[in-house]
Design a protein around this ligand. Sequence first.
Ligand code: ADP
Length: 260
Amino acid sequence: VSVTVRGFSDAGGAHAGTVVASSDVTDVVAAVRARDRFLSIMSHEFRTPLANIMGYAEMVQDDPLLSETSRSDLEVISRNAQHVNQMVDDILAAAVTGTDSAAIRLPLDFAELVREAGASSGPDAKRRGIRLSVETDGALPVVGDRTGLVRVLDNLVSNALKYSGSGTEVSLRASRDGTWAVCAVEDHGMGIAPDELERIFTRFGRSTSVLGTGIPGTGLGLALAKEVAEKHGGTIDCTSEVGVGSTFTVRLPLRAEARS
Ligand code: ADP
């Protein structure tokens, strides 16, 4: 049972009475339990077979006697299993977001996280034939939840790669702007129409231009990225032109002692 107690006053400000409201929250508790059970099914029952698919596909790919056709077929299997894995990650993160705000306390160097994001996306960029450059200029001390911020950067970089063509460039630039730590992720990909710039930051929001392309996605990444940035007192926004490219910019408040 959840109980709320509230006093109220008369016109002169004197205590006039108290309202006590109680409600039965059995259904809410049951719903939360059901959600947790669902999450644990998602993470264990989904991930284990996916890890097997990816592991075995990679193992067979290493077989020197394999024909070129089979090798590229296996690559398709691996890539698709990775996409499903990424979607499971996104859905899980969306389900648990909002419960981790207590974690936002650690002193971090945002510039270092940007370098890490660049390094971890290197192989994906190479596979797609995209040149990925990373520029950082001095430390950018912030306070935050490392996992959440890594997720934000990874999402922006993987989108920049995913929605750009081979032979293009993606750049990550970390810099300081007044009291802000800034990271701009710029691509020369398909771009986003002006009237869709708001919607792509909402849950499941995808631009109409990607819908026919078959590029996989859940439309959850940017909504989560926005929630995480805002939880850190920061912002995330996008400037874009269809057919030219996009720049996504994350801003986080610098730690007080680092402001000059
Ligand atoms: P997902 O990529 O899984 O669909 P996101 O929430 O990360 O979900 O992105 C939402 C939508 O915003 C994408 O579906 C796509 O339409 C658009 N988008 C995001 N990043 C880019 C980008 N760098 N270039 C073009 N479109 C993008």
